[in-house]
Design a binder for this molecule. Structure first.
Ligand SMILES: Nc1nc2c(ncn2[C@@H]2O[C@H](COP(=O)(O)OP(=O)(O)OP(=O)(O)O)[C@@H](O)[C@H]2O)c(=O)[nH]1
Length: 305
C-alpha cells in the first residue's frame, strides 16, 4: 500500500517509516498536518497514519479535512496517540479516523491493524467498481457514461471543440433471446460489448445505456473520424458469429451518430435525442450507421427533440 505518515517527532517518524517499509509498503513521511494534506491531495495514498498532537494542524483537523474533500477512492486513516482514555476513541473516530493506535506502537499490533485496513480498502474498491460498472458486460453503467458525457460536453464548450455521440443498438435482440434463450442472449451482450470496446480508440468512451443499447463518446474528432469509429464497431460486431452454449449466433448492430456544434453548448439530452433519431433511421435497414443531419450551424431543431 502507499502510506502517508504525518508525525512531527523525527525519531517516531523514522521508526514508523522503517517498520512500514519492512512490511512491504511504500511510505511518504512528512512532519506536519499541512504538508500531509498537500501530499494526500496528490491522490496517491490510500492509507494515512497521523499523529494526533501536531503543531498548527493536528491529526483531528487533518482527519476532518480529508473526510470533507470529495474523492472517489477511500482513504483509511489511523490516528496515533499517546492518549489512552476512552474519550480519545470517540473523538478520533468522530473526526473521521478509522482506527486509533496508542504510542509507542507495537510492530505486530500495527501489522495486524494494517490487515484490517487492507480488507476494508479492498471491499471499498469492489463496491466502487460495482457502482460504476454494468455487472453483465463490465462496461461503464448508464450513470457513469452520462456523467462522462456531461463532462465532455462542458470540456468541448470550453475548448471550442466538438464531440461525437453514438447510440448503438443490437438488431432483433428479442428474437435472439426468444430463439436461443436468455442466457445465450447474455453471452451475445457480453461478446458484442467486448467487440465494441475493442473497436474504439484509446480516448473514446463506452457504457451500457440500456438493455441492448450502448452509448459511445468519441471526443475531439472530425465528423469523418467519428463516422469511422461507428463503422468499425458495426463491422467488428458482424464480423463473425458469436459462439454461445446454444450455438453460433449472427449478430448485427445499428448505430445513430450525432456530432455537437463546434464550440457550441449542446446539452446531453439534446445530443442523445439527435443520436436516437439517427438510430431510428438506421433501424429502418439495420446493420447500418446513420448520421444525424445538421440544420444550419448546429444540431437540428425538432423533430429531433
Ligand atoms: N438476455 C438479455 N436480454 C435483455 C437484457 N436487457 C434487455 N434484454 C432484452 O432485449 C430485448 C430488446 O428488444 P426490442 O427492444 O424489442 O428490440 P429488438 O428485438 O432488438 O429489435 P430492434 O431493436 O428493432 O432490432 C428485449 O427482449 C429485452 O428483454 C439482458 O440483460 N439480457
Amino acid at each position: 500500500m502507499k502510506i502517508l505518515i504525518a508525525e512531527d517527532d523525527a525519531s517516531s517518524r523514522l521508526v514508523l517509516g522503517a517498520t512500514l517499509r519492512k512490511l512491504g509498503h511504500a511510505v511518504t513521511a512528512v512532519a506536519d498536518g499541512r504538508s500531509a494534506l498537500a501530499a494526500w491531495q496528490q491522490g496517491e495514498h490510500v492509507l494515512l497514519i497521523s499523529d494526533w498532537m501536531m503543531p498548527d494542524m493536528d491529526g483531528l483537523e487533518l482527519c476532518r479535512m480529508v473526510r470533507a474533500a470529495p474523492r472517489l477512492q477511500y482513504t483509511y486513516i489511523i490516528l496515533l496517540t499517546a492518549r489512552s482514555g476512552k474519550g480519545s476513541y470517540l473523538e478520533g473516530m468522530g473526526a473521521g479516523a478509522d482506527d486509533l493506535i496508542t504510542k509507542p506502537f507495537d510492530a505486530e499490533h500495527l501489522a495486524a491493524r494494517l490487515h484490517v485496513a487492507q480488507r476494508i480498502l479492498a471491499l471499498h474498491e469492489t463496491l466502487r467498481f460495482q457502482a460504476m460498472h454494468d455487472h453483465l458486460t463490465g462496461l461503464w453503467n448508464r450513470g457513469m457514461i452520462m456523467g462522462t458525457l456531461q463532462e465532455e460536453l462542458a470540456r468541448a464548450a470550453r475548448d471550442g471543440s466538438c464531440i461525437g455521440v453514438i447510440l448503438a443498438d443490437l438488431d432483433h435482440f428479442k428474437r435472439i433471446n426468444d430463439t436461443y434463450g436468455h442466457l445465450s442472449g447474455d453471452t451475445v451482450l457480453q461478446e458484442t460489448a467486448r467487440r465494441m470496446h475493442h473497436a474504439l480508440r484509446t480516448y473514446d468512451r463506452i457504457g451500457r445505456y440500456g438493455g441492448e443499447e450502448f452509448l459511445i463518446i468519441a471526443s475531439g474528432g472530425e465528423r469523418s473520424d467519428v463516422h469511422s469509429v461507428a463503422e468499425r464497431i458495426r463491422d467488428r460486431v458482424a464480423e463473425t458469429p458469436v459462439q454461445t452454449a446454444a450455438g453460433a449466433i449472427i449478430v448485427t448492430v445499428s448505430l445513430g451518430l450525432a456530432i455537437t456544434r463546434m464550440g457550441g453548448r449542446d446539452d446531453a439530452v439534446t445530443v442523445i435525442a439527435a443520436a436516437d433519431a439517427a438510430l431510428y433511421c438506421a433501424k429502418k435497414e439495420r446493420n447500418r450507421v446513420h448520421v444525424a443531419e445538421r440544420e444550419g450551424p448546429g444540431l437540428p431543431e425538432p423533430p429531433w427533440q
